[in-house]
Design a protein around this ligand. Structure first.
Ligand code: SF4
Length: 328
């Protein structure tokens, strides 16, 4: 990979963009808090801290952790987002719903950026207010941030989550009554709290077009909208490229014209690793088998629909990506 030659001012701007990207750690192919991933998750968070990383950092988990672990994590970075899964589905035998509630509330006591995540809502299993009411009531005792989402059938190639519009309104009504924010997307909850730009929904014109170009993207800019045309020599545009471009230009005004449904971006990491970007987060993950082992999991490497996600270790610190592309 040749180092890209750009002037010092632009380099500064690119670095600023890269060091402020929202980043998710060890979120697919292994729970970030399961025993054989815990140290790796801490290492990554420590590493980012040492680099003075400025972006929001997230971990999504369904693992039960001890108070000692909560304290250990808090000592490294008290400011990370913990998206704590409570679905009302008995995913793990011997872990009761009450234990999950207790786990969430113990995490909330320390981490102010904790979101209760009820996802997936599986038709006929947990998509009823009977199941959801006690969960929402617990969210109201915690940090009052709730995320929910439909079910993606791991056997289906349609890659579409179930819709639950009527239930969504019921969830929202109860949340409103209890003072819980149930924003439509994780990114909305994050930006509601931080006041940062939510590039998934931001309607103001794109900025940082010079950064997008320096990163290697070919695009057209017309009437306030970016249309990606490819990356370096290639005319491929992945779904991940569109998401990444939105994060760089701090606007939703990047046309959704991907011609490849994969969520990786076309830029590779310093070790030639794939870099994944979904709508709200750039990913940095080590692949280990997930010990939570949900029957509904759709991100198992052996699953055929995983072709729209990527197997293997992915990503790196975005600051390292910057160095690899522009400094080293
Ligand atoms: S088994 Fe799949 S759905 Fe369940 S926690 Fe692990 S990665 Fe997430």
């Amino acid at each position: 990979m040749a180092i890209k030659n750009v002037d010092a001012e632009l380099k500064k701007k690119i670095r600023r963009c890269m060091e402020t990207l929202p980043l998710t750690i060890n979120t697919h192919f292994g729970d970030p808090f399961q025993p054989d991933q815990w140290e790796n998750t801490l290492d990554k968070i420590r590493y980012l801290k040492a680099q003075n990383y400025q972006g929001e950092i997230e971990v999504s988990t369904k693992w039960i952790i001890s108070n000692e672990q909560i304290n250990e994590l808090y000592a490294i970075n008290p400011d990370i987002w913990i998206i704590c899964g409570i679905t009302g589905i008995n995913e793990v035998k011997n872990v009761t719903l009450d234990e999950r509630f207790d786990n969430y509330l113990r995490i909330c006591k320390k981490f102010k950026k904790t979101i209760l995540n009820v996802r997936p809502l599986i038709p006929g299993i947990n998509d009823s207010m009977e199941v959801l009411t006690p969960i929402i009531e617990v969210a109201a005792k915690g940090r009052k941030l709730l995320k929910h989402g439909g079910y993606l059938n791991p056997q289906s190639f349609e890659n579409k989550k179930t819709k639950y519009d009527g239930l969504k309104q019921e969830i929202h009504a109860l949340c409103e009554k209890l003072g819980v924010n149930d924003g439509p997307r994780c990114s909305c909850l994050v930006t509601d709290v931080t006041g940062k730009v939510n590039s998934t929904f931001e309607e103001s014109p794109p900025v940082n077009l010079d950064v997008l170009e320096a990163l290697g993207y070919n695009f057209e800019y017309n009437d306030g909208y970016v249309t990606l045309a490819g990356y370096e020599g290639s005319s491929t545009v992945t779904k991940g490229d569109v998401s990444f471009a939105r994060l760089i230009v701090l606007s939703s005004r990047v046309v959704n014209n991907w011609n490849d449904p994969h969520v990786y971006i076309q830029m590779k990491g310093p070790d030639s690793q794939i870099v994944v970007c979904t709508s709200s987060w750039l990913h940095w993950a080590r692949e280990v088998p997930c010990m939570v082992d949900c029957f509904y999991c759709h991100v198992r490497p052996e699953n055929p629909i995983i072709q729209s996600f990527e197997a293997g270790d992915t990503g790196c610190s975005p600051i390292d990506l910057y160095h690899y592309l522009f400094e080293d």
